[in-house]
Design a binder for this molecule. Structure first.
Ligand code: LLP
Length: 423
């Protein structure tokens, strides 16, 4: 067996193949590995910007970038510049986005278990929307909010829709820790309780059915439940959440952000949603996943009877998704993008456990070996943001590339950085 050369369609929009290099944003990937070292996250700014613009153009004002998928100051500013709000799910995300200079009126605060401090900060900085998740939060809000410190809210509801995706990232079904159930009546009770809190302006409803969802039908079912649910309310916002899937490997295909938005808009008309209701969404992965890739250097190559193990200088600390969700990725050798990939290896990391597998069956050119620079495409979402220091491995640097220039937006972590919490 053998695999074709890596598909250009899995790489960032600006990517092209040279004879012995891959160019992204006008910058050589081999050169980047030489300058910044490996592992390294590389993002194509043009892809990031074009996905943000697509979202801003297909949904109404207030559509947000889900920052949990990839957050640093540069990314928060980029999404804001391109017209998106920023969705944050914790006080830490809120703090970083504020530090990045994004105005609070473009921030949407989520969280299924917000602390008093998180709620107080969100209200005091005057976030654009606070998304209310549970009855304890309603009690807290009743004691904090007043006409002197008003807050615009959405209520998070569970529409009872099962998204076809991994059970760990499914959220729209009844059995979930998120939001208020429509079917049980809790969502209606929550609305009634929120409406009587002085200073709290309830603007609409929010639902998020899950993540890495390829089938649009789940979103349309959710929309239909929400539209019916609010038919007699005077709300002016409906957010369908995030969750649009992306292709990670050859053979997968996902709707574009525009197709997703167009389908939702068309369905909204069919559901009889009032025309004054703004249609919103919160894509994360669909904006950042394909814009990013990870560069690694190969070290140990170990043939055993069953297979060859090829170890790289990162692993589950910079990409825990294969271990957590069994997610599939592909790999390519940046010096040989045109070559057929004839060598089947298990691409593993440097962590002290057997589960530290990046790609169970990776195909690489037969010339790939120790010291080769190997890339895994489509690592822009939930890679850096879920990175850890397991085995005291420093987190990689992140560079944005654009028009032939690389900007290091996050430097590589050092041993000193990791030691700074010691008392
Ligand atoms: N809005 C809400 C309320 C969410 O909970 C999420 C994701 C999003 C938006 C953005 O979803 P996206 O468009 O990125 O799919 N770590 C997992 C994904 C967890 C998603 C959690 N919530 C993964 O690596 O696949």
């Amino acid at each position: 067996m053998t695999a074709e050369p890596i598909l250009l369609s899995l790489l960032p929009d600006s990517a092209s193949f040279d004879a012995n290099d891959v160019i992204v944003g006008g910058v050589s990937l081999r050169g980047l590995a030489g300058i910044y070292g490996t592992p390294l996250f590389v993002y194509d700014e043009a892809t990031l910007r074009s996905r943000c613009r697509e979202a801003a153009s297909v949904f109404d004002d207030g559509v947000a970038f889900a920052s949990k998928s990839f957050l640093c100051g540069a990314m928060a500013r980029l999404a804001f510049e391109e017209g998106l709000c920023i969705d944050v799910a914790t006080g830490g995300e809120l703090d970083l986005v504020l530090r990045a200079g994004v105005p609070a009126e473009r921030i949407i605060m989520h969280g299924n278990n917000k602390s008093v401090e998180e709620i107080e900060r969100a209200i005091s900085v005057k976030v654009h929307r606070l998304v209310v998740d549970n009855f304890e939060e309603i009690s807290l809000l009743a004691s904090i909010v007043s006409p002197a410190s008003p807050v615009d809210c959405l209520v998070r509801v569970t529409p009872g829709v099962e998204a076809h995706t991994h059970e760990f990232v499914r959220t729209g079904q009844e059995d979930t820790k998120f939001g208020f159930s429509v079917a049980s009546g809790d969502a209606r009770t929550a609305i009634e309780e929120l409406r009587i809190i002085p200073g709290l302006n309830l603007r609409g409803v929010h639902a998020h059915i899950g993540s890495q969802v390829f089938e649009l039908v789940g979103f349309l079912e959710s929309l239909s439940v929400l539209a019916q649910f609010i038919a007699n309310d005077d709300f002016d916002e409906l957010c369908v959440g995030g969750g649009l899937g992306v292709a990670y490997v050859a053979g997968e295909s996902a709707p574009t952000i525009r197709q997703w938005g167009d389908a939702i808009r068309a369905a909204a008309v069919g559901c009889g949603l009032k025309t004054n209701v703004r249609l919103l969404a919160e894509p994360g992965r669909a904006i950042v996943a394909q814009a990013g890739l990870t560069l690694y250097q190969v070290g140990a190559v170990k043939p055993v009877a069953q297979r060859t193990y090829m170890a790289v200088d990162g692993g589950m600390s910079d990409n825990p998704r294969p271990v957590l969700y069994g997610s599939g990725y592909e790999a390519f050798d940046v010096a040989h993008p045109h070559d057929a990939r004839e060598q089947r290896v298990r691409l593993v990391g440097k962590h002290c456990e057997s589960g530290d597998v990046l790609i169970d069956e990776a195909w690489l050119p037969s010339s790939t070996g120790a010291r080769s620079i190997v890339a895994t495409p489509v690592t822009g979402a939930y890679g850096y943001s879920m990175a850890s220091n397991y085995n005291r491995v420093p987190r990689p640097a992140v560079v944005f590339v654009r028009d032939g220039v690389a900007h290091e937006v996050l430097r590589r972590e050092t041993f000193d950085d990791m030691a700074r919490l010691e008392m």
